[in-house]
Write a protein that binds this ligand. Sequence first.
Ligand SMILES: *Cc1c(COP(=O)(O)O)cnc(C)c1O
Length: 462
Amino acid sequence: MLQASDRALLKKTHNLALEFLETLKDRPVGRPVDFGALVESAGGPLASEGELPIQVIEHLAKAIEPGLVATAGPRYFGFVIGGSVPAALAADWLTSAWDQNGFSYASSPAAAAVEDIAARWLLDIFGLPRGSSVGFTTGCTMANFTGLAAARHSLFRQLDWDVERQGLMGAPPVTVVTSEESHVSIFAGLQMLGLGRDRVVRVPADEQGRMQPRELRCALAEIRTPVLVCAQTGNVNTGSFDPVLDIAECVHERGGWLHVDGAFGLWAAASPAYRELVRGIELADSIAVDCHKWLNVPYDSGLVFVRDPAAHHTAMSLSAAYYAPLPDHARDNHNWVPEASRRSRGFAIYAALRSLGRKGIADTIERCCALARRMADRLAQGSEVQILNDVVLNQVLVRFADSDALTAEVIRRVQEDGTCWLSATTWHGMHAMRTSVSNWSTSEEDIDISAAAILRLAKPTP
Ligand SMILES: *Cc1c(COP(=O)(O)O)cnc(C)c1O
């Protein structure tokens, strides 16, 4: 089926990918680019006649090149973005070539089997109950959405209200409790589920951003309806962890559902050195995590774990007359996520887990955390540099001369300079630079080069 020209095309594309990867370490990590120019050079009207595929690919790679960000490289510290470990990237290439519809067992027994295997490995790595169900989502936003949907099912079941069939109009009330510091994607999930972004009770957090169980207890004492509590392991700014064990106790004492957003922080559970940070995580009713962040697999890749598979299944499943019956013990991937047809994202996760092994995963987490501390130590040597958070994980919050204006200016200069890339945030009303070390390939040297560049750019210009 593959013609010589197709073979040449795919070989050429393979080489383009290798060239990109080989220059990753030396490219400017990010650089100012003119959006209009980028659109102009890659765009124009779509011709009625098609072009040769090889020309299209060569043109695409060349025209958008100035707009490529070295997020996959070792000195990208913006947001919380990992790269791709080689086995995961390779499996992702195969995923495209195989073009398996990850939807159902009938559409791809291979995709179903690999999700089943990876799901078990992941439950084991995170120390979660073996009977939990696992959904492979696009990312943590949809993992949060799915966990919250399972919670919604369970809360309304307590009220004898079938929310999947009857919807929310005329339904009796339930209450959602979040932390002051809950991630925006929790509110996105609540808004999509009809639970209301603003209809929440927000529990105060401490100076590191951790939900305070004492405050949670007070809030719960006032609530008379079924309750969903959203906690997090890994604050996007400080990396701090809500005390899940204490929170789970208060929530379960009164029959509530505990959802934990563990987008990157849940990976602490995979390291013996950091596991203590997520103590009690096995008690959570639903948990969301990303693989495209700290496991370092390509986008898009998140996971949701639910302790009550029936609640998960009822909240997500769809069925049509033409769906094939499922053989005993087989898995229909679509029962655990919002989508039907989709990419078979289990292959890349499987390959990453298997190539790293338990030890490799723990090493990645521990190495990134050590590098974050190294970054904090290096930066703290600069005059008037303040580290705003306790560096408990892979996040470092930095402020310059206690000045919003200077901090913003340093971030701008760093982003323009291209040695490394960092983003801005606001922490307790202060402008801050946020550093996240989550790439498998970052070395001590990368940290030292980056910290030196930041300190150089933080000096007042003469
Ligand atoms: C990144 C992140 C999310 C959202 O995850 P996506 O994969 O971007 O959808 C949610 N919560 C936290 C704490 C995050 O860091």
